[in-house]
Design a protein around this ligand. Structure first.
Ligand SMILES: Cc1cc2nc3c(=O)[nH]c(=O)nc-3n(C[C@H](O)[C@H](O)[C@H](O)COP(=O)(O)OP(=O)(O)OC[C@H]3O[C@@H](n4cnc5c(N)ncnc54)[C@H](O)[C@@H]3O)c2cc1C
Length: 220
């Protein structure tokens, strides 16, 4: 079975280094990751990234932001804050988008963390239920899915790194156990990059987490 290599002309592949507001928008709060069009990218940042910047804005007393503006920033949704940054209107206290909003985030668009958790849940669960003796078609389809994910994953910087990783470590999909271990290692590559703890990639540990649940029955 042969799967064509990922083309480097795919739209999400870019040789551009990741850019943040620090380099590109010196008049805006630094540290937020931008998309490839230079806009603050919701699925490349977390709610916490926005909250940290909100907090900084509130503690800056001499930056010219009015108390009305500060109060508004405190309660602002991530979408509102992204719009604010994208419109370069950080000092405007008259902007209607500054109205305080208490957000129940359960029905909000995903940030990079919730998108990541959902995607890993889908991938590891799919690997857990992958056949022990997959057909050629199974192998080809799952490889296509992984390669497509590496192109269309909405956090484009994450997608770019994932593409590079699976180019260096092509999907191992000859059976369920190989696939589970391969995926665990790919997830650990991201964990390492983000300074998160590494997962122990034994089948027993993976089955416990993604298929059977713990022996004490606490997930039954
Ligand atoms: C393909 C892909 C690429 C990503 N790239 C980036 C990126 O470049 N930058 C970025 O900020 N975020 C990236 N993310 C998101 C990131 O990986 C996390 O999902 C996000 O930071 C939330 O992390 P979390 O701590 O909630 O747990 P997650 O990392 O989402 O993990 C969810 C659960 O999976 C289990 N787990 C952890 N590691 C493993 C493993 N190795 N194998 C099996 N199970 C495991 C744990 O029980 C954990 O609670 C990416 C996500 C995906 C799917």
């Amino acid at each position: 079975m042969t799967v064509p290599p990922i083309s480097t002309s795919d739209p999400q592949v870019s040789s551009e280094p990741r850019r943040t507001t620090k380099e590109t928008h010196p008049h805006l709060p630094p540290g937020l990751i931008l998309d490839e069009n230079g806009k603050v990218c919701k699925v490349c940042n977390t709610w916490q990234d926005f909250a940290k910047i909100n907090k900084k804005q509130q503690t800056q007393s001499s930056d010219g932001t009015s108390s009305q503006g500060k109060t508004a920033l405190k309660g602002m949704s991530m979408a509102g804050f992204a719009n604010l940054l994208n419109n370069s209107q950080a000092s405007s206290s008259n902007n209607p988008t500054l109205a305080p909003v208490e957000v129940d985030r359960s029905n909000c668009p995903p940030d990079t963390a919730s998108l990541g958790r959902s995607t890993w849940t889908f991938l590891h669960t799919t690997a857990s239920y992958y056949p022990s003796n997959p057909t050629e078609i199974h192998q080809s389809k799952i490889t296509n899915l992984l390669e497509s994910l590496s192109i269309f994953y909405p956090c484009s910087w994450c997608a770019k790194d994932f593409q590079k990783d699976i180019r260096q470590n092509p999907p191992e999909v000859k059976n369920r156990e190989d696939f589970m271990r391969w995926l665990c290692e790919r997830h650990n590559t991201v964990n390492k990059k983000l300074n998160k703890p590494l997962f122990e990639c034994s089948i027993k540990n993976l089955d416990r987490r993604w298929k059977d649940g713990p022996e004490d029955g606490s997930c039954d």
